[in-house]
Design a protein around this ligand. Structure first.
Ligand code: TYM
Length: 330
C-alpha cells in the first residue's frame, strides 16, 4: 500500500441505477480514483432487505458491475468487487450488531421510511442494515466515504459504532468521514421535487435510469414538474426548477448564475430540452460501453473474482484484529 488515503463506497443492485446515483455518488467515485486508494462494491447483501426475485437479482448484480465500469471505474486503479463474495462483510456485520443499540437503529430515517413502504416485511435485516454498512466501511480502514446526502445518517452511525468499539477495547477502526459533494448530493424526483429521485419509485417518470433510451429521457424531462412562473432562477419555493438547475450544473459544470443568464427570457420548454440533451450526451458513451461490456461476460467474471480475492485479503486483516480484541481464540 502507498500513503494515499482510502475510500470505500457501494451501491445496491436493486433495479435501475439512476441519474441521482450517478450525480450524487458514482461520478465522484470515478473522479477520486487517481488521488485515493479506492475500494468499491456492488452491495448485493444490502439488496435482500427487500424481497428480490432471484433471476432479476442475478441480472441486476451483473448489470450493476458492468454499468459502474462503464461509468468509469478503472479496474487497474480501484478494487471493485461484489459484496457477497467477501464473507468478512457478513461476519463483521454480526459482530457490530452486538455493539449497536436498538435505539440508534430505531432513529434511522431510511428504516422508518422503508418500513412504511414494506409494511408486510419489516425484517430484521432492514433494521440492522446500517451495521452491515458500517462493516463494509470499517473493514477497509476507510478514511472517506463518497455518498449522496441520504446516506449521511448511516455514516454518522458507522462512526459512532467504530468509536464505541475503539473505546471499549483499543484503537481498531479508522473513523471514516463522509464525502458529500456540494452539487448533486440530493437529486430530486422529476414528478415530486420534494422527494429524492429513487430507483424504487413506482412512477417511472420520477427518475432517469442511466440506461434509459434518449427519447425516453427527453420525454421524462419534458414532463418534469416545475411551476407556473416560467422563470429559470434558483430560489426558494422553486423546487422543480432548482432540481433541474442542479442536474444541469452537475452535467455541464456551469454555475447557477451562468445557467440563469443562459436561459434569461426563455421559457421552461427550452430549458428542459437543454437539460435533457446534456444528460443524453453524457449518458450515450456510458450506455455504449455498457453494451460492449455485457457482451464479454468472461471478462466481467474474471474481474469480479480477482478483485474479490484482493478485497478478502485486506478485509480479513481487520476482521482478525476485531475477533482478537473481542476475546475469540484462533
Ligand atoms: P444506494 O444504492 O441507495 O445509492 C447509491 C449511492 O447513490 C446515492 N444516491 C443519491 N445521490 C443523490 N441524489 C439521489 N437522488 C440519490 N439516490 C441515491 C446514495 O447516497 C449512495 O451514495 N446503503 C447504500 C449502499 C452502501 C454503502 C455502503 C454506501 C452499502 N454499503 C458503504 C457507502 C458505504 C445504499 O443503499 O445506496
Amino acid at each position: 500500500m502507498n500513503d494515499k488515503k482510502t475510500i470505500f463506497s457501494a451501491i445496491q443492485p436493486s433495479g435501475t441505477i439512476t441519474l441521482g446515483n450517478y450525480l450524487g455518488a458514482l461520478k465522484n467515485w470515478v473522479n477520486l480514483q487517481d488521488d485515493y486508494n479506492c475500494i468499491f462494491s456492488v452491495a448485493d447483501l444490502h439488496a435482500i432487505t427487500v424481497r428480490q426475485d432471484p433471476k432479476t437479482l442475478r441480472k441486476n448484480i451483473l448489470q450493476a458491475y458492468a454499468l459502474l465500469i462503464a461509468c468509469g471505474i478503472d479496474l487497474q486503479k480501484s478494487i471493485f468487487f461484489i459484496q457477497s463474495h467477501v464473507p468478512a462483510h457478513s461476519e463483521l456485520a454480526w459482530l457490530l450488531n452486538c455493539y449497536t443499540q436498538f435505539g440508534e437503529l430505531s432513529r434511522m430515517t431510511q428504516f422508518k421510511a422503508k418500513s412504511l413502504i414494506h409494511k408486510n416485511d419489516i425484517n430484521a435485516g432492514l433494521f440492522t442494515y446500517p451495521c452491515l454498512m458500517a462493516a463494509d466501511i470499517l473493514l477497509y480502514q476507510s478514511d472517506l466515504v463518497p455518498v449522496g446526502a441520504d446516506q449521511k445518517q448511516h455514516l454518522e452511525l458507522s462512526r459512532d459504532i467504530a468509536l464505541r468499539f475503539n473505546n471499549t477495547y483499543s484503537p481498531t477502526f479508522k473513523i471514516p468521514d463522509p464525502y458529500i459533494a456540494k452539487t448533486g448530493a440530493k437529486i430530486m424526483s422529476l414528478q415530486d421535487p420534494s422527494k429524492k429521485m429513487s430507483k424504487s419509485d413506482a412512477n417511472v417518470n420520477a427518475f432517469i435510469g442511466i440506461l434509459d433510451d434518449p427519447d425516453v429521457i427527453m420525454k421524462k424531462f419534458k414532463r418534469a414538474v416545475t411551476d407556473s412562473q416560467a422563470d429559470v432562477r434558483f430560489a426558494q419555493g422553486k423546487d422543480g426548477v432548482n432540481n433541474l438547475m442542479s442536474i444541469y450544473s452537475c452535467v455541464t459544470g456551469l454555475s447557477y448564475e451562468q445557467i440563469e443568464q443562459q436561459f434569461a427570457g426563455k421559457g421552461y420548454g427550452d430549458f428542459k430540452t437543454c437539460v435533457a440533451q446534456a444528460v443524453i450526451d453524457m449518458l450515450i458513451p456510458i450506455q455504449d460501453e455498457f453494451k460492449h461490456l455485457m457482451k464479454d461476460k468472461a471478462y466481467l467474471e474474471e474481474s469480479y473474482r480477482n478483485h474479490a480475492q484482493t478485497a478478502m485479503k485486506i478485509s480479513y486483516k481487520t476482521l482478525a484484529k476485531v475477533k482478537r480484541k473481542i476475546g475469540f481464540i484462533s
